[in-house]
Design a protein around this ligand. Structure first.
Ligand code: NAD
Length: 349
């Protein structure tokens, strides 16, 4: 890219901070997209990027996604995201986490961090020794906090139920065939709930053991990672990484619904039109996967208990319905409808 400002993913981000800590070797980015609605909330991703420029793009896209997600979930939080650039061995040291915590603290509450891919509750606890602007910390029974994954799963499961009702006319997931891409934290929770309802599950993960363990637990079938999106299924649920819906993959889909927790599922905005034109019901990712940040926000802001969190997550299907209704009424694709709603909420409509 010529410069950060010319990047197609730069969207009037308020701050993009490049962090280098010589002693620990930490290289990280904190991107603040919009603080219109409050302090900026978004997790920190630990990932090995082939090129450091890919980390910049990821931080820009993910932080804008958090602005949209927090706004659409009705939270008093702006949107931001951090990425830590891992080496090829994915070396993560206490010194690196401490340096990252100091960088968050230096922003004095403008950015609140939490878990994302590659970061555990234990990692966030280590970071919390340096800053109080962190959520997703260990909690006791009944308290709000901890791993956001199960909360994200709950919202994704509810969104899949709403989509199955609308697109397939099904009042329950009994007999509904769901193809799950990923067998990690979010997919695992979705699989357990859907299996309890009697859904038929096909599961793929690049970590074959993980896919096998989950499939054994829920009575599902393991399928190949490069086939899972293209199975003949009622629902395809992407729960691994982003940009999997593109010009090549969308024509090959054989599903009625795409509804999953992965961030940034559409490679480009045009892919929202492509999926719409195929007549596939798409649940905009940042709307359906807001359960985790709802929990994080309630923990950090301190404005509710476990019942509050549950109630806020149970509002996700209603938001999806509003988006799908507007999509039908206007003929615009669901992702574009959601983006417009979100941009209005953050004062950029
Ligand atoms: P996770 O690391 O627990 O699981 C992700 C799984 O995907 C891993 O098992 C990994 O091996 C697998 N995977 C990676 N590439 C794959 C591929 N090409 N094909 C099949 N499997 C592949 O992560 P998670 O917490 O379950 O998050 C999953 C997705 O949901 C991510 O995109 C994340 O950003 C998003 N998300 C998570 C949360 C949360 O609360 N954990 C919240 C919002 C969004």
């Amino acid at each position: 890219m010529d410069s950060l400002w010319d990047s197609p993913d730069f969207d009037e981000h308020e701050l993009v901070q490049f962090i280098h800590d010589r002693e620990s070797g930490l290289r990280a980015l904190i991107a603040i997209h919009s603080s219109h609605l409050g302090p900026v909330g978004g997790g920190v991703r630990f990932w090995h990027y082939a090129k450091s420029g890919d980390a910049v793009v990821d931080a820009l896209r993910l932080s804008r996604g958090m602005s949209y997600k927090n706004a659409m979930a009705g939270l008093p939080l702006g949107g931001g995201k951090a990425v830590i650039l891992a080496d090829s061995q994915r070396t993560k040291t206490p010194e690196m986490l401490a340096a990252f915590g100091r960088a968050v603290e230096a922003l004095a509450g403008r950015y609140v961090t939490a878990e994302d891919v590659g970061m555990s509750v234990a990692d966030l606890s280590a970071i919390s020794k340096q800053t109080r602007h962190v959520a997703g910390l260990p909690v006791g029974e009944g308290e709000v906090g901890g791993d956001p994954g199960p909360h994200t799963s709950y919202g994704v499961y509810l969104g899949i139920c709403a989509a199955a009702k609308r697109a397939l006319g099904r009042d329950s997931l009994a007999g509904v065939h769901i193809a799950l891409q990923g067998a990690g934290s979010v997919a695992g929770g979705v699989a357990r709930r859907a299996a309890a309802d009697g859904a038929r599950l096909s599961i793929a993960d690049i970590d074959g053991d993980r896919a096998r363990r989950l499939a054994d637990e829920v009575g599902g079938t393991v399928v190949a990672p490069d086939e899972v999106l293209f199975l003949e299924a009622d629902v395809v649920s992407p729960n691994a990484l982003g940009a999997i819906l593109d010009e090549q993959s969308i024509p090959r889909l054989r599903t009625t619904v795409v509804a999953g927790g992965a961030n940034n599922q559409l490679a480009t905005p045009e892919d929202g039109d492509r999926i719409h034109q195929r007549g596939i019901l798409y649940a905009p990712d940042y709307v359906i996967n807001a359960g985790g940040i709802i929990n994080v926000s309630t923990e950090y802001v301190g404005d509710g208990d476990a019942d509050t969190v549950r109630g806020r997550i149970e509002a996700i299907p209603g938001r999806l319905e509003t988006i799908w209704d507007e999509s039908i009424a206007t003929g615009r694709n669901a992702a574009a409808v959601a983006d417009d709603m979100a941009r209005r909420l953050i004062g950029r409509g």
